[in-house]
Design a binder for this molecule. Structure first.
Ligand SMILES: Cc1cc2nc3c(=O)[nH]c(=O)nc-3n(C[C@H](O)[C@H](O)[C@H](O)COP(=O)(O)O)c2cc1C
Length: 172
């Protein structure tokens, strides 16, 4: 699949069928995520693979009871590693590690499309609850839950603000 096609056809999918996702594909998706750029190439990211139903249920609960999180066969939790970005001080801790994580998430979303899979970037969750569920150390901050699976049905298109309203020139 061409990259532009993947960008154009990607949708947030919140309904998954029961088919499992091959472990090798999950690993490859994560490797592609880590090919994203990061400030100073410090790669301050960790990826937690969650397949146990009980843990997925607890994550769904932490995510304001968004049930589809528990219905996906696998959830990858993308985390920012604050220690690994410490070289850049507060800018590293507060900004770069989140940007670095987001860059890897977008890579992963596009790779997921390429593998014929589906996902939804889930950011609305109680960070402390999710950290507790996963036993994360204090310097590892969960940034997004990525429930991954095969789409059940076709997700709709979410419209975009016309681009002319978003582009500005020098003297805005
Ligand atoms: C930072 C971030 C957090 C998001 N959190 C959630 C979420 O908690 N639950 C959800 O259903 N969708 C979530 N989304 C998905 C957006 O709702 C979705 O990307 C947007 O509506 C556009 O739709 P599309 O992805 O199909 O183009 C999130 C997206 C981003 C980038």
């Amino acid at each position: 699949m061409e990259l532009i096609e993947a960008i154009k056809t990607r949708r947030s999918v919140r309904r998954f069928d029961k088919r499992p996702v091959d472990d090798k594909i999950v690993h490859e998706i994560i490797e592609l995520g880590n090919l994203a750029p990061s400030a100073g190439n410090l790669q301050p990211r960790n990826f937690i693979i969650v397949k146990k139903q009980e843990i997925k249920e607890q994550l769904a609960h932490a995510a304001l009871d968004q049930r589809f999180v528990a219905q996906a066969p696998v959830v990858v939790v993308v985390c920012a590693n604050l220690k690994r970005t410490a070289h850049y001080g507060s800018r590293g801790r507060e900004l770069y590690c989140i940007q670095d994580s987001a860059a890897s998430i977008e890579n992963m979303l596009l790779a997921i499309v390429d593998f014929g899979l589906a996902c939804c970037w889930v950011g609305a969750f109680d960070e402390h609850a999710a950290s507790r569920v996963l036993g994360l150390p204090p310097h590892v901050r969960p940034v997004a839950l990525l429930p991954i699976g095969y789409s059940e049905g076709k997700a709709g298109y979410a419209s975009r603000i016309p681009i002319d309203e978003l582009i500005h020139y020098e003297n805005w």
